[in-house]
Design a protein. Structure first.
Ligand code: SF4
Lengths: 195, 454
């Protein structure tokens, strides 16, 4: 992942928990695939399984790779199925003013970039992109900047990311590959560790 | 400058620093269960590698299993498949498994401490956010995602950023009918669900010193509901006595444990001081755990409580929460399903009858808890009141098995989350302490437990 250029889906709800992102009834699988169709299932579909018109995912462009969501996104359960569902749906970047810790780690481990912006910037972006659904946002990971230019808006927002995570994302390295390579040091540590 | 217990434990487990922010951290104890482990085992198998330190791993089945007739084959095919997959994986990788019906099986966060596997000073992880429960023992314990489960399986380590630290001090003494659960709901209402994000929390102050180990577990359990990475309580005589009652502990180890406590001059990144005597029995009013109010208060659409949440719950601003009719009572989950919880419930309901239209499930946290409850005759008390006393599991805490609250029904629950649909599609959850839930079961309405305390 280096650059993403996409329209955005706006979900103007705070404290979206992972039970909403993927309800527990879908956690019975033993593999990682196919969760995208259940993403936000209880909000997205009615009891008969038809799309609910008032839900954002049924109003915005379905090929959007960016999700803009309210403060404290991904709180609650540690289920990585939430990140799998988001990635499987095709979302590559989530923009919010704060992410829950476990979710943030899960997202990064699945190539989904959490971008934190200030509450004020988030408010402005939500308002604008709710109305201007075809305007694209550019996420430049290398330079850690979010940009958008349109008639009534110019956005240029720098965002933070842990340098190691950034390097891993840019180079496609996973934590597990790195850790397996530390085998010698880990064994040495374990041999003298007292607990 | 003094060090916090969090920094001390962290430093003891640092294999190496990768960057200024990120360390390779060694994990002492890894708990796994049937729902978040299969994809991790798949990953190992695909890479052709074995679990690195099987003796540091313990498996249980809890999230998905039925709480009735556990001696019979699991009816639900997918649940059965997850349980069987875990059995196979544990066999292949040499992991100790407390399977369904096993005398040591139960909810992962009840079983670990109960068997002396959770010990002070450890780093403990599990693919479940309420792993913070184990922090009650003065351990760094936190929930992880399945990719991290696989990392721990493969290397017994994680790549983690150094924690920020926070101290939540609760002073004074608790009033009658005020329990650890109320303390937890009170702190969460103060901080909000994101108030401790990025931090490990140490709970301190006289209230915590006076809590039993089981009560400390209840509060640490809900650290995640304030956004914390984990929460812990310092190591004292209660901690040492509890662990020593489960496993042999050398004097040297006891001294080491005590040396881990926060130094007097320890500096935390954030500190909060609360007064315990202000806490009353708490109940939540919305669809987020930070919407708790004092049970005698009126409902409000405060900063914490959204209109969306109130609407979902069918509650109205300025109404009393007390007296709200309920349909179900769930006494269980890793927050409140230990023997002390069940004793407190039994003490309130003994010799009475539950309200007619209310269905009450009491689901013990483990087979050990169930056995103890039966020995003390609590099972008969529950049956006489009209409660169903089940077999252990997560049950209606997350409603992955058959134990679902029907859509539209209101459940007063001793679990930890009142998210929309958490206890079943369309279910409405009010979080409360075991005694508040018990008192409400008797009246069929949200009831102040103090009414039933002599
Ligand atoms: S009882 Fe609930 S919170 Fe605890 S481990 Fe089970 S599902 Fe998670």
């Amino acid at each position: 992942m280096k650059k993403i250029n996409s329209t955005a889906i706006v979900l103007n709800i705070e404290n979206i928990d992972t039970d909403q992102i993927i309800p527990a009834k879908f956690l019975k699988s033993t593999n990682r695939d196919g969760f995208g169709k259940h993403l936000f299932s209880n909000w997205r579909y009615d009891d008969e399984g038809n799309p609910k018109e008032d839900f954002a995912f049924n109003q915005f462009e379905s090929e959007s790779e960016i999700l803009i969501a309210g403060n404290n996104f991904g709180c609650g359960s540690s289920r990585e199925h939430a990140a799998w569902a988001i990635a499987d749906y095709g979302i590559k970047v989530i923009i919010s003013s704060q992410f829950a810790d476990i979710f943030k780690g899960n997202a990064l481990n699945n190539g989904v970039l959490p971008v934190e912006v200030s509450q004020d910037s988030l408010r402005v972006m939500m308002k604008y992109f709710s109305k201007h659904k075809s305007v694209k946002i550019q996420i430049d990971l290398e330079n850690q900047v979010l940009k958008a230019v349109d008639q009534d808006i110019v956005l240029h927002i720098n965002f933070d990311i842990d340098p190691l995570k950034k390097q891993f994302l840019m180079e496609g390295i996973s934590d597990i590959e790195y850790l397996i390579k530390q085998e010698k040091e880990i064994s040495k540590f374990e041999s003298t560790h007292k607990l | 400058m003094g060090k916090t217990i969090i920094d001390k434990i962290w430093d003891q487990h640092k294999v190496k620093a990768v960057t200024n922010e990120v360390d390779v951290l060694f994990i002492d104890r890894h708990y796994i269960h049937e729902v978040t482990s299969p994809q991790a085992f798949n990953g190992l198998n695909q890479k052709g590698i074995k679990l690195r330190f099987p003796s540091r791993t313990t498996a249980v089945v809890d999230h998905n299993i039925p709480t009735k007739n556990q001696h019979l084959p699991i009816e639900n095919e997918q649940s059965r498949n997850q349980v069987e997959t875990l059995i196979d994986n544990c066999k292949t990788h040499g992991v100790e498994l407390f399977g369904i019906g096993h005398e040591k099986n139960g909810i992962v966060h009840v079983v670990g401490p109960e068997n002396g596997l959770t010990q002070p000073g450890m780093t403990i992880v599990c693919g479940d956010s309420h792993t913070s429960t184990h922090g009650a023992f003065g351990a760094i314990a936190f929930g992880i995602g399945t990719s991290q489960v696989e990392q721990v399986m493969a290397s017994q380590c994680l790549l983690l950023s150094r924690p920020k630290t926070m101290r939540v001090e609760v002073n004074g003494t608790l009033g009658k009918g005020v329990t650890a659960k109320d303390v937890a709901l009170f702190i969460i209402a103060e901080l909000g669900t994101e108030g401790a994000t990025g931090h490990f929390v140490e709970f301190s102050g006289s209230v915590f010193r006076n809590l039993s180990m089981e009560e400390r577990m209840t509060v640490c359990n809900m650290s995640i509901e304030m956004g914390a990475r984990g929460g812990l309580v310092g190591i004292d005589q209660s901690t040492i006595d509890y662990v020593s009652s489960k496993v042999g502990v050398s004097n040297e180890l006891k001294e080491y444990w005590k040396s881990l406590n926060s130094d007097v001059k320890a500096v935390f990144d954030k500190e909060i001081i609360l007064e315990g005597s202000n806490i009353q029995p708490m109940v939540t009013t919305g669809t987020s755990p930070d919407t708790g109010i004092n049970i005698t208060e009126k409902i409000s659409a405060s900063v914490r409580n959204s209109e969306k949440g109130l609407n979902y719950m069918g509650l109205h601003e300025s109404d009393s929460i007390m007296g709200t009719p309920i349909d179900y009572v769930f006494i269980g989950s890793c927050t409140n399903s230990r023997i002390e919880d069940l004793r407190q419930v039994a003490a309130i309901v003994d010799g009475r009858k539950k309200a007619n239209d209310v269905i009450v499930w009491v689901v013990p946290g483990s087979n050990e808890v169930r056995k103890q409850a039966c020995e003390e005759g609590l099972d008969r008390i529950f049956e006489n009141v009209g409660f169903e006393f089940r077999e252990p599991g997560c049950s209606a805490c997350l409603a992955m098995n058959e134990d679902k609250i029907p859509s539209g029904s209101v459940c007063i629950s001793t679990s930890n989350r009142n998210f929309e649909g958490r206890q079943g599609d369309g279910a409405k959850t009010i979080l409360a302490s075991p005694i508040t839930a018990a008192a409400s079961a008797l009246t069929g309405k949200v009831t102040d437990p103090r009414t039933y305390l002599n």
